[in-house]
Design a protein around this ligand. Sequence first.
Ligand code: AR6
Length: 508
Amino acid sequence: LQQMERTLSCCQLKDMKRLQHGDMKLGPLRFTRRHTVLIDVDTFNSQRKFLPTKGRDLWHSDFVKMPCSQATNQKSKWDVISKKLKSLASKKTVSVKDVEEAIIKYNPKYKDQWSFDALHTFNKNIPDTENYFKTLFPKIAALALKLPDFVNKAIPLLRKGQSATITLSQVQISCLLANAFFCTFPHRNTSNPTAEYAGYPTINFNSLFGNWSERKREKLRAIMHYFKEVTDESTRPKGLVTFHRECLSYTDMPTWESCKENLSKLHITSEGQIELEGKGMLQVDFANSLIGGGVLGSGLLQEEILFLINPELIVARLFTEKLEDNECLIITGSQQFSSYSGFGDSFEWAGPYEDQSERDQWARRKTQILAIDAMNFRHSMDQYKRKHINRELNKAYCGFKGYDGHEKPDIATGKWGCGAFNGDPQLKALIQLMAAAKAKRGLAFFTFGDEYLKQSLQHIYELMFAEGITVGTLYKLLCEFSSAKHRDSDVDLFDFIKKNIRNSKSHL
Ligand code: AR6
């Protein structure tokens, strides 16, 4: 009987809805005031070609300041950069020393600050037979040099407070990342809080090249593999990727206590991972408000790993301002290039990954990644405060609700905010369930080996499902729990719900 009940409420992975793009016609690719497309839409729509759109460079605070800009000062800088890159690109083999020398040549201020020891050690430790880097460096330099041809329309910054979208080709992304590799982006190297890009993540790769550690080795293997694929004619990706910043307006924030929705369907598993088993669903990135977190440093948690196996995500750091409490970033169409195993210190690059995901009408891989940053609770008790519960609910809902008629597959998530950010997995699971119910989407919850959470969440979900609990009732229970927890910090959320669910229904 128990088994039967289980299959009645919790569902299986195969029942989860994945991206189709068949039922929903995207229509021709179009740019609008809020959607910048960096390729020529006419030739794309008529011949499916990926030609860069014509446009002009803008040295302006609303746009990415480009290394190849014709603005005074930068023009002469690009002369130096391009001369250096040309000299590297013309060689058959290039050493790490040459790469370092070139980067420092046009970033002389950082001569004593930037270290390249990780890149040196990495290169030395690879057996000669496997060492393709010496011949890869010239190709990356050649790719970086194409910037003025490949991207000639100004890239808007995805700034806080505004929903906006950028679509660009995978080749354009590779060219931007080749520039990041060679640390050519201007005004992006200072961490001074008053600096122009202080509210943005870093983009130049210098931090990846210093402070050798085994983590760095594995990161560099993943990054170099990406460049190997994108510089080879036979494996160069041919498609588009869309980056959308969504800003949830205050008027669109649900009044959680009066939400009448019932819980949506749930699949819970302690096996598998969001990025594999969740393919084709809205895959949650346990993000930092500075998108990509420590991917270019030494961080190696869920978000950094995601960015290493899908390096195109890294380009979001170029134009995405720090996310506010009511904002998220949704990336459609990025490609996975690498496989991996492990997590944190045990992370290993496990070789190439051949992404088989189909492409949609806009030539994007049928993948959607949702970056939402949980709050970082240094004091665990803080998370039970009502205003923080509200913040997390609205953050998740902002991402889960989808945008502008886009398809809404179910959501693949897990212990969002419960590792580095110290969240309570029970509370975070319920918050995500509520946001999913409000957005009318199912949830696949990957507990990442946590058997206890799997069992207890399944149990409490079945109970709430059987009682027909609504989002509003659950919200009120969370508020009551919040007070109970402040009286006695040992109270367990699921126990509290078990004890109070009947009462809550009758008096709420
Ligand atoms: N699939 C499912 N679950 C996973 C996976 C996976 N691939 N990887 C990890 N988990 P964490 P946070 C589980 O700490 O607390 C980054 O630096 C695993 O149990 O990455 O939101 C960001 O840039 C893990 O403990 O997320 C932020 O700065 C838990 O998910 C910060 O970490 C939480 O993963 C965000 O930290």
